[in-house]
Ligand binder design. Structure first.
Ligand SMILES: Nc1nc2c(ncn2[C@@H]2O[C@H](COP(=O)(O)OP(=O)(O)OP(=O)(O)O)[C@@H](O)[C@H]2O)c(=O)[nH]1
Ligand SMILES: C[C@H](OP(=O)(O)O)C(=O)O
Length: 201
């Protein structure tokens, strides 16, 4: 099965702009991507990266500036496909194996906040509609196409790093390149009585 990791390579992770400069957002994106590729590789897959701009990583890269829906739906029309987002630095080989375990036409991995962090598709008619609460749209599309559906209940796969507060999850649980990058950049956990946050030296 083809395993694709889409990456926004030119101006990634704009929601992290309050805490990271444009160059830092690109570097941090590469670090998260390295963690995702390492997990896929350790689970026995040969991931390909499709990025909107050239990006440094340990996998074949295709540069394609289409938006997510146009890109992924084109790939889906060519046959079975797995998509794993690039902003999931907590993903491990074991969680990747859980994504591939169900023998369903479509397997969805929901993300925090309503997105779809990964999917496996073995059905010819399933298509994606990202953004907004895409997990709901993808459940609906799977039902409309008659595909049988499974979902993976995994905190590690669900934790996409979108907003500054999400960086705490990487410092708390990440043991790869993204956590190392944040520590080198001076990020630390911050405790102020509510959920643990981050602060920068
Ligand atoms: N190839 C490709 N990948 C994309 C595109 N938009 C987002 N991605 C990737 O899809 C995943 C989920 O996207 P988002 O969480 O919105 O990431 P983002 O676009 O870098 O972040 P924001 O600018 O904060 O929305 C990440 O792995 C992105 O790198 C796109 O237009 N093309
Ligand atoms: C691409 C989008 O990502 P989010 O913005 O939810 O992280 C989605 O999963 O629909």
């Amino acid at each position: 099965m083809r395993v694709v990791v889409p990456v926004s390579g030119s101006d990634p992770k704009t929601r992290l702009s309050p805490v990271l400069s444009p160059d830092e957002r690109r570097e941090f994106t590469e670090a998260m991507l390295a963690d995702v590729l390492r997990a896929l590789d350790a689970a026995g897959h040969d991931p390909e990266v499709v990025s909107t701009a050239p990006i440094d990583c340990d996998a074949p890269v295709t540069v394609d500036d289409r938006g997510l829906d146009a890109l992924v739906n084109d790939l889906l029309s060519a046959g079975p496909l797995t998509v794993v987002m690039a902003d999931l630095p907590l993903v491990t080989a074991e969680t990747v194996e859980r994504l591939f375990a169900p023998d369903a036409d479509v397997v969805l991995a929901p993300g925090l906040g309503g997105g779809t962090n990964a999917f496996v598709c073995r059905h010819p008619d399933f298509r994606v509609d990202y953004h907004g609460a895409s997990i709901r749209d993808h459940r609906r599309i799977a039902a409309e196409t008659g595909a049988d559906l499974a979902e993976v209940d995994s905190r590690l796969l669900a934790t996409d790093i979108d907003e500054p507060a999400d960086l705490a999850e990487v410092l708390l649980h990440g043991d790869g390149a993204a956590g190392e990058w944040l520590a080198d950049a001076g990020f630390e956990l911050a405790f102020d009585g509510g959920r643990v946050g981050v602060e920068r030296e």
